[in-house]
Design a protein around this ligand. Sequence first.
Ligand SMILES: Cc1ncc(COP(=O)(O)O)c(C=O)c1O
Length: 359
Amino acid sequence: MNTPQQLIRPEILDLSAYHVQPAAGYVKLDAMENPFGLPDALRAELGALAGNAPLNRYPDAGAAALKQRLREALDLPAQCDLLLGNGSDEIIQIVALALARPGACLLALEPSFVMYRMIATFCGMRYVGVPLNADFTLDRAALLDAVRREQPALVFIAYPNNPTGNLFARDDLLELLAVAPGVVVMDEAYHAFAQDSFMGELARHPNLLVMRTLSKLGLAGLRLGFMAAAPEWIGQFDKLRLPYNINVLTQLLAGQVLRDVDVLNAQASLLRIERARLAGALAALGGVEVFPSSTNFILFRVAGAAGVFAALKSRNILIKCLHGAHPLLADCLRVTVGAPQENDAFMAALVASLAAAAA
Ligand SMILES: Cc1ncc(COP(=O)(O)O)c(C=O)c1O
């Protein structure tokens, strides 16, 4: 009998699993979740729907009603088709699996969403990372050079970017679309907070795929992501989707919440106001560099970030420490914009932590 070490692909043996921090009992500002609950009347409707859901049956394999609801609620272009995923993570994996011809390259910016690199490894694609500038803007020349040199089958651009929070220059990305020999995925996970999108470009660029998720908008627990693209692409990707990947409860409950999508949109606009308040408060602290955000989180740099992260944790505040994740992220921390009282608790704990460190 061979051991796992002998049987499992070496690149998988070398991977570390995607790390999720235990969060029970903390003020949870680490994962870009919407902190607000749903209104009571809507919760009651969801309760009734869940209680009567046919859990003994497989879900609608094509999730037709949910797709229609997404189109209406999010005003998606009529000529595109939709691919649904168990979170947008699953869609990243489906697209990479489809394009993973021997030697094919997946190119992404760095630092960006870590799953691009991990999924390249899962699927046996050659990964190329192109560093951003030190201020996290796009290095246009480096990106275009890398695209010409590596001829990637697949490029992922998080627009806006995680973990840096910024939108890249739109004209540079239009140039990327013009020179890329393969497909370019605009990952618009934070669309609700950005108010800019490539969705309107789909008809003009046959190599453009636009991906979104309901996670950041307020339904992280339901796991629903989607991709909008030309039917020629979606038809191929759909072959790799495992049967029934969107479960009965997600289809029913997400469909119902989307009838009231204005509730989620109103929460997103409150979070944008809180983002401005939090960024202002952070910038007013001495020794903290705040990076511009078009998302529901803020990246900031502070000396001794790992110690500050630990001090916040000891005060019951959980954020994300990015120090060590990439050289450009030295001394960087990322805080999700929470409800007003959570943001106040975070700021109070940060002020106390910095004062204790200076004493
Ligand atoms: C840029 C980006 N894309 C995709 C995802 C995955 O989202 P989900 O799988 O919850 O849809 C995330 C999550 O943090 C993200 O930051």
